[in-house]
Design a binder for this molecule. Structure first.
Ligand SMILES: [Ca+2]
Ligand SMILES: [Ca+2]
Ligand SMILES: [Ca+2]
Length: 540
């Protein structure tokens, strides 16, 4: 599994600097921002892939704006674990994994843009198949694998991805936008208007070629093309398909239809993703929660923003984003959901609290702010700590906690979880101030979901009932084979409580705090090999 990190944005904010429990974000006022063109630090996007990971199973985890998690360390002792149980808190609902899926997309580009003399040279145009001439021919071969990222305010190509997609040299303006994330920020070039197209891994043929009649996209858009973003010995390879694109389509993500492809010699795997016309039918799932679009200004369309220093020249001053009207100042935006959280035993003195979290399909893990953590009276001693790789390098000692109860009201019945892991970080909100949190895909690791945004009207996130996976199918590809054995070996512990690393907790089938011979026996029972399907209920 490949991983990286996306970052959302803020109209004003440089969401990027927020790292660590105690740090806030620096945000100027919207007014100040609009009067000062050179400081247009609008979208903040972060991306990274680490190829080398100290996580078990050689898996790195995209944590949205928090960067890529490169290591996890449990901090609780055996005694503390026992005392939690003795304290009367039980866990009646499903436990989310530390990391959920990453929705991967194949991405390609073209030269299609509006005539600069057009009455409205700034708006984007939605496309339902490939149009134009490739920036780097052929368009079905010169593709990159990126992320469907509702936490990103712009479309972004970094390093070798920008080169592969032909967004370099004369395709770039001299204008820049600030990218920020864990550890710092930097300025990255904004492109001239191009066409951006994407579709799920199911639109790649056996030879790794993208079926151009199956992609969707938008043209006359500006993207951010950043230099390589590297961390440790990992090469940054990243493309983010963000809000300006995703807001105008429905995205169907199916974990019950896993895909595995090889592109340019690199193997990728993940759930099937289908980005489709909002007029096309989507699968009906039994649960759906409402998402509310939030931004400082009402957003009605997507446009790139002119260079205000040379208004007669149609040069983008910032990348395409959601905007009030074409040619106006860029505004970010994101989708939010009210999430109920509770720590400890509920009662009159310990009511359920509600957090307004951003729904981030680009985050494999979930985040709460330092303020939210304090309001839950969490212990000063975290349950685990992570290291995350972001724009500014490695950030260590980021605290993580298990929250006893998480609930989301939904059509078809409330969605509820027990003992849900959260990373504690302060990140700027597109609405100003600090985000309460980010709802990542770890809550939906075994669910098919659809992301159905609407700028006008109700937006929904549909959720299926759990998809049954065999106990030992750790990479969720419906087989139990040597890949799963490698995950097991990386997670195996001595037979004692308190041994399991947080990213391995779901391997602890009997919840006794270890991954030992008991679990190994279940793995053995489930082995199906790479061709036969594993039994759904095997090892349960
Ligand atoms: Ca498997
Ligand atoms: Ca055991
Ligand atoms: Ca166990």
């Amino acid at each position: 599994m490949r991983s990286r990190v996306g970052e959302g944005v803020g109209v004003r904010g440089c969401a990027g600097h927020g790292v660590g429990v105690l740090m806030g974000t620096s945000s100027g006022s919207a007014v100040a921002r609009q009067s000062a063109r050179p400081s247009m630090r609008v979208a903040v996007v972060v991306v990274f892939v680490t190829t080398a990971s100290v996580l078990a199973g050689d898996v790195s985890i995209r944590a949205g704006r928090a960067g890529t998690i490169v290591s996890v360390r449990r901090t609780t002792t055996d005694a503390e674990q026992v005392s939690t149980v003795a304290g009367g808190v039980d866990y009646p609902f499903p436990r989310p994994h530390l990391a959920g899926f990453s929705p991967l997309l194949a991405v390609t580009t073209s030269n299609t843009r509006r005539n600069p003399l057009d009455d409205d040279p700034y708006s984007h145009d939605l496309q339902y198949s490939y149009v134009g001439s490739p920036l780097h021919a052929p368009a079905n071969l010169n593709i990159v694998i990126g992320f469907l990222d509702s936490g990103a305010a712009v479309d972004l190509f970094a390093g070798s991805a920008a080169v592969m997609l032909g967004v370099t040299g004369s395709r770039l303006t001299e204008n820049t936008m600030e990218l920020g994330g864990v550890g710092g920020s930097f300025q990255a070039p904004v492109s001239y208007p191009i066409g951006v197209f994407a579709q799920g891994l199911g639109s790649l043929d056996i030879g790794g070629l993208l079926k151009l009649n199956e992609v969707v996209g938008h043209t006359n858009v500006s993207v951010v093309a950043s230099p390589p973003i590297e961390c440790g010995n990992g090469e940054a390879v990243a493309a983010l398909i963000g809000m300006p694109f995703l807001t105008f389509f429905n995205s169907v993500i199916r974990v019950d239809t896993p895909r595995r492809v090889t592109v340019n010699g690199v193997e990728y795997s993940g759930p099937d993703v289908k980005i489709q016309d909002v007029l096309d039918e989507v699968p009906e799932y039994p649960h759906a929660f409402a998402m509310e679009f939030g931004s400082l200004l009402p957003a009605l369309g997507a446009a790139f923003m002119q260079d205000l220093e040379d208004v007669l020249n149609v040069v983008p001053g910032s990348a395409t984003s959601l905007s009030l009207i074409p040619g106006s100042f860029v505004t970010g935006g994101a989708f939010f959901v009210d999430v109920q959280v509770l720590q400890g035993v509920p009662g009159p003195l310990n009511p359920v609290q509600t957090l307004r979290m951003m729904v981030d399909t680009g985050a494999q893990s979930s985040i709460i702010s330092g303020g939210a953590a304090a309001n839950l009276s969490l212990s000063l001693d975290p349950d685990f700590e992570i290291e995350a790789c972001g724009v500014g390098g490695l950030q260590t000692g980021i605290p993580g906690y298990y929250i006893d109860y998480v609930g989301i009201n939904a059509f078809g019945g409330k969605l509820e979880w027990s003992r849900a892991p959260f990373i504690v970080l302060d990140l700027g909100s597109p609405e100003g101030g600090t985000l309460d949190g980010i709802l990542g895909m770890n809550f939906f690791w075994d669910r098919n979901v659809t992301f159905e945004p609407a700028l006008l009207g109700s937006s929904f996130f549909q959720v299926s009932d759990p998809v049954p996976f065999a106990y030992a199918d750790f990479d969720l590809d419906l087989h139990v084979d040597t890949r799963d054995q490698r995950v097991f070996v990386a997670c195996a512990t001595r037979p004692r409580p308190g041994q399991v690393s947080p990213e391995c907790e779901h391997l602890d089938a009997d919840f006794d705090g270890d991954v030992d011979l008991m679990e190994f026996a279940r793995l053995q029972d489930c082995m199906s090999g790479g061709i036969s399907l594993a039994g759904e209920n095997c090892g349960r």
